[in-house]
Structures are given as C-alpha cells and as structure tokens.
Design a protein around this ligand. Sequence first.
Ligand code: GDP
Ligand code: MN
Length: 386
Amino acid sequence: MNLYEFEGKELFAAFGIPVPRGSVVREPEEARAAFNTIGGRVVVKAQALSGKRGKAGAIRFCESKEAAERAARELLVMRLGGQPVIAVRVEEALEIAREHYLSITYDTMAKQPVLIYSASGGMDIEEVAESEIVRVPLDIRERSVPAGLLPRQVHVIAQALWQCFLETDARQVEVNPLAELADGRLVAADAKIALDDDAFFRHKEWEDYEERSLMGRELTERETAVKAIDEGEGYYRGTAGKYIEMDGDIAVLFSGGGASIANMDALIQHGLKPANYTEYSGNPPREKVAALARIVLSKPGLRGLWIAGGVANFTNVAETFQGIIDALDEVKPAYPIVVRRAGPFEQEGMELMRACAARNSLRMTLFGKEVPMGETAAELAKQVNR
Ligand code: GDP
Ligand code: MN
C-alpha cells in the first residue's frame, strides 16, 4: 500500500526525522487557518498517489492566506497521473540550499535492503549519474547503518529512516528531496512510503488508513471484499486477494500473473469484455479460492466464465479447483464456462470439475495443456455469442 506524503511525514516525524511544520487541509477555506498557524510563506502541496507533483504544477508557494486558499481550491479538484487529489498539505516553505536524495528499498538482485543516497537530489534518481550515487547494502539483522559511508548529518537521518523501514514493514521509503537548509539542517521535504501488504496482519494501525486504490477511484464493494481474503490471517499460503472490477460481462478466474495479462488481451481480441481481472497464485488453499470465486460470480449480468491458467509448477490444481467448485455448486451459472488448466493433480481436478458440471447441469468445456490458452478464449466467445 502506498502512502500519501502527509502520512509518510507523520511516520517520519514519529521516527525523529525532521519534517516541515504543517497541516493537512481538505476544504479550501481551512487553508487560511493553516497559513496563519505557520505565519509566513507556505507551500501548498497536493496529496495524491502520484509523483512528479512539482512538474505538474501541484506544488504552490503562497505569501498570503488568500493565495493559500486559492491554491488549495485549485489543487483539490485536480487529478495527477489519473489519481485524485484527496487533500493538500500546507507547510512552511523551506529555504532550500541544496537537495539531496535518500531512500531505502529492496534490491531484488542482492535480496536485501539497500540504502541509496545522492547529494544531487530533487530529480528522479534514474536521472542522477551513477558516480554520484552511494549504495549501502543493509542487513536486516543489524539495527544500524554501517558507519563512515555517508556524510555525518545524512547518516543520522539514514539511521532513523532505517528504523522506520524496519519497524513499519516498508517496501520502500524515499526522501526526495532531503532538503539542506542554509544553516545546514536536513529536513525531509517530501515523503514516499510503500508498505508491505503482506505485513498487514501485524499492523492493526494500518486499518486507520483511508481506503485507496491505484485505479484512481474508490474500491467497489466486491473489490473491498476480495482484498480482505488475504488480510489478517495467522498463516500465509498463496494469494486470492486480487480483483479489479471492469465494465464487461465475462467473469474470469486466472491463476498466475503473467499469463493472466495475456489472457485479458486474448479475451478482448475475441470480442469479449472482461467483468473483472482476477488472479490467484502461490497455491492458495481451497477456502481462499472459494471466497474469491463466490465474489467473482456475484457480479450481476454475467454472460460467461473463463477459468484459465498455464501449467502450474506447484499449485495443486485439484485443491484450487475445489474452491471454485464450492462456489459453482452454490451459484450454478446458466452461462457457458470454459476451463483451461494444467499442472499437479490436473486429472483429479478435471474429474472434480466434470462431476460438478454434471450434478449442476452446467455448460462447461474443459481443456488441458494440449490447447493454448488464447484459443480457449475463442471457444468461449463462440459459446457466448451462440
Ligand atoms: P514531487 O514533485 O511530487 O516529488 O514533490 P516534492 O515534494 O518533491 O516537491 C517538488 C520540488 O518542489 C522539490 O524538489 C523542491 O525543489 C520543491 N519544494 C518542495 N517543497 C519545498 C519547500 O518547502 N521549499 C522550497 N524552496 N522548495 C520546495
Ligand atoms: Mn519528491
């Protein structure tokens, strides 16, 4: 889950990282009081789950409360990179002498966190010359950042940022710019934090964060319900919590991330419109898949169901099918159902599907690995349009 800048700054402050004084404003009129509290030049910053606000004109400097209100009024109705602006943060305008860059994220090659620092910040780190970047691999068993690799002041902030990363179960924390003021103090002028969704079960406090989605709209009822499937469990096995609602009428239940994207294309190429995007993976247990399938099938107006996946390596096809079957036994859809799947326990899985189709008189067609996935979309299209 990505955090808004103001949420990131709240966390930074809690870990002792200096942030500009300021407050969150949701109505333009409130910007006046916020301006008065700061007493001087302010910067009004749009809060949206999108970067590059500076370039988009969503960071405004204001010298009066009238100007602050006007800026808030304009920013609050903006969208940035498809994302709504849900609030603005009115904060003291800093006198920035120099912009640094500091972040911690996972290095997927080294398979450990890495701290990235550059004295040339403000811009995207991708645009900074490699020679100006310091990378410090971090060991999650150590609470401290190795000494002697960063300027002394930066090291102090880096140390706090590392605590923040570890204790909040972040996937990424980024301070860009880390502003150096004229007197040498360092202040986090921006905050970007991505939390690790898989750590939800040990962070009750995350429930207080308002709902958000990267789709730039509120979650639908079914999306919210699916999200809950993987949350809060005491164990971890497989995911069945991915569901994006779309405006078509063909329900899909995909397994595996890559193939499922190709499947969406195949579906559309054959003139069908997906009712949803869904994907379960990592060998989830029957109950999780059943919960997911029930929600997928609950969408009104469906005209077909496509259950598709590649050749699984270790996902138990029979077990996951059993979850889908639990839902089919309840819903007993009248529309055509096309299944394409292979992998461990595929024979047993197909047998279970056949039995389910027979006892519920379902219009079901089964395919194994001998037929390419995309072709089975053509079969579904034929049946739906019959
Ligand atoms: P982003 O564009 O979404 O990453 O938003 P930032 O919060 O990083 O702001 C973009 C740029 O605006 C920064 O790199 C700074 O140059 C500038 N900026 C932001 N806050 C302040 C501030 O308080 N004072 C000054 N002088 N510049 C600021
Ligand atoms: Mn920034």
